[in-house]
Write a protein that binds this ligand. Structure first.
Ligand code: AMP
Ligand code: TRP
Length: 327
């Protein structure tokens, strides 16, 4: 059986890169496999958060995932902290991971070098991520390239636990989005589009209004030639527009290039395609945002489904490691 699990952090705003590189695949996968998706709010706590803002961002992200097309009747969508097994199994995983192993995580090295306050959670975060995945006997974990090392660690921890205490966990495998799903920054097309402050000119947010989208794409960096052709090395800006246009209209970037001889029309059509792609998502988001009670209800249903699976795995792990059953 194939079971997919993935998580997304409620920090920053969801952008076109998240949508085309990850979320559209989540929506697809839910019809192909037993799929479980999680808003990983506990992971957001690795850096200090404003409490009201964290609550707000968590609900908004859940609403956005629903708006994009995750169907709670088809997949399981829930908030991580609603299922306490995540925190409990994380401790068992922390005690399974070696200090040296966690010290080698490149994301920890990067992030800790950049921030003033380095929490213990930032260091042990990969053990929590391993718990997220292992609780659901996930076979496949769709993630971006930057999470490769964390999924490798998850496999190592699962294998070590199984070897020490007997078969307990399914060994998961990371899956990566198909090539071409990488959306680059419109102002700096050699770096990935990323979560950044509101109004960043190189990032298109899924909730940007049509005017903002037009403006950002119109100002996108291209090059001094005039030829429209997909060539990432020589023409990163134009190639990025072509891959966005292609992704938004179900074509390859090369197919999307056909018929264009100037940058102006390419930009206008790319903006129109993105606006059209996002319009139904924004409309559904507005409906969900107007009815927070419904979102709460859907998340409670998701958490109940998740809890059932997670509690069973946690009970198995507790038993194998030798924790005394509670009564
Ligand atoms: P992040 O925003 O880094 O938390 O990433 C959430 C998900 O979106 C991960 O699966 C990433 O691989 C994906 N993602 C983030 N940025 C991009 C991008 N610019 N292009 C394609 N996929 C992306
Ligand atoms: N660490 C992931 C990120 O920063 C988010 C995440 C948390 C995750 N737990 C997960 C992804 C489990 C996949 C599976 O993007």
């Amino acid at each position: 059986m194939t079971r997919v699990f993935s998580g997304i952090k409620p920090t920053g705003n969801v952008h076109l890169g998240n949508l085309l590189g990850a979320l559209v695949h989540w929506v697809d996968d839910q019809h192909r496999a037993d799929s479980i998706y999680c808003v990983v709010d506990l992971h957001a706590l690795t850096v200090p958060q404003d409490p009201a803002e964290l609550r707000e961002t968590t609900v908004r992200l859940a609403q956005l995932l629903l708006a994009v097309g995750l169907d709670p009747e088809v997949c399981t969508l829930f908030v991580q902290s609603h299922v306490s097994a995540h925190s409990e199994l994380a401790w068992l995983m922390e005690c399974t991971a070696a200090f040296g192993e966690l010290s080698r995580m490149t994301q920890f090295k990067d992030k800790s070098a950049k921030s003033g306050f380095v929490s213990g959670g930032l260091f042990t975060y990969p053990a929590l991520m391993a718990a997220d995945i292992l609780l659901y006997d996930a076979t496949h974990v769709p993630v971006g390239d930057d999470q490769r090392q964390h999924v490798e660690l998850t496999r190592d921890l699962a294998e070590r636990f199984n070897a020490r205490y007997g078969a307990t966990f399914v060994i998961p495998e990371a899956t990566y989005p198909r090539a071409g799903a990488r959306v680059m920054d419109l102002q700096d097309p050699t770096s990935k589009m990323s979560k950044s402050e509101d109004g960043a000119p190189g990032t298109i947010l899924v909730l940007d209004d049509p005017k903002a989208i037009e403006k950002k794409i119109k100002r996108a960096v291209t090059d001094t030639e005039v030829e429209v052709r997909y060539d990432v090395a020589a023409k990163p800006g134009v190639s990025n527009l072509l891959s966005i246009l292609g992704a938004a209209t179900g074509r390859t970037p090369d197919e999307a290039a056909v018929g264009y001889t100037q940058y102006g029309p390419l930009k206008a059509d790319t903006a129109a395609a993105v606006i059209e792609l996002l319009a139904p998502v924004q409309a559904r988001f507005a409906e969900l945002a107007a009815d927070p009670g419904e979102t709460q209800r859907l998340l409670a249903v998701g958490a109940a489904k998740a809890r059932e699976l997670a509690d069973a795995t946690l009970a198995r792990a507790r038993d194998q490691i030798g924790l005394l059953p509670p009564g």
